[in-house]
Design a protein around this ligand. Sequence first.
Ligand SMILES: C[S@@+](CC[C@H](N)C(=O)[O-])C[C@H]1O[C@@H](n2cnc3c(N)ncnc32)[C@H](O)[C@@H]1O
Length: 224
Amino acid sequence: MAEKKTYIPALGYGFLTGWYDLAIKLTMPERKFRGRLVDELAPRDGEAILEFGFGTGQNIIFAHRRNNKTALTGIDIDPAIKAIAEYKFNKLGLDVALQLYDGATFPFADNSFDKVFSALVFHQLDRETKLACLEEIFRVLKPGGRLVIGDWGRARNKSARMAFYLVQLLDGFKTTNDNVNGLLPAFIEQTGFQQVRETGFINTGIGTFSYYTAIKSTKPPLCR
Ligand SMILES: C[S@@+](CC[C@H](N)C(=O)[O-])C[C@H]1O[C@@H](n2cnc3c(N)ncnc32)[C@H](O)[C@@H]1O
């Protein structure tokens, strides 16, 4: 009997995971999109920061280069990609706590992190999982904490929309449609976050990459 697929690997299929870094370098302006992600994150001395879906660890490497006085933690569901990130961090001498996610509960106490960030992950989650993960992120953020997401968003021109079909063929239409239909901000708000904003976007060769930020307010929302 075929094993139930519980998550989509970084490049859609497990056998491609070892090629992930090269695929990103060839298809995306990596310095630009990761640099902008770290701009949005604005890591400050002493902050506890979690990356959800750290993949091969590239964002953590960029964030550490920007500020090496933060406490960085990562969580991902795929043991194969975690092994790649660990290998890279060991080579670079980076001290980052990486954890495997069981797909249900983040292994962190409530109110643990000043900031949580994530890139290129939500388009791989079905709607129910998107909302469940946003709820877990909300739970582990401190009151006043900031969420930063970079992921595929509403295509800003025809060629970006056409090119995004390549991502949809690899990752599936079910998980990616909500992104390209521009629904992520509504989901973030629905989970209880406030000040939800799309702060910018980059048109890449394979689609429009958008940045979203939100705050876990110290005050309760007016209606939930
Ligand atoms: C396309 S990769 C992005 C990796 C990295 N964030 C980056 O910017 O390059 C998506 C990552 O999300 C992870 N992922 C997929 N489903 C997940 C889930 N349900 N929970 C946590 N991580 C998940 C995959 O294992 C993979 O590492």
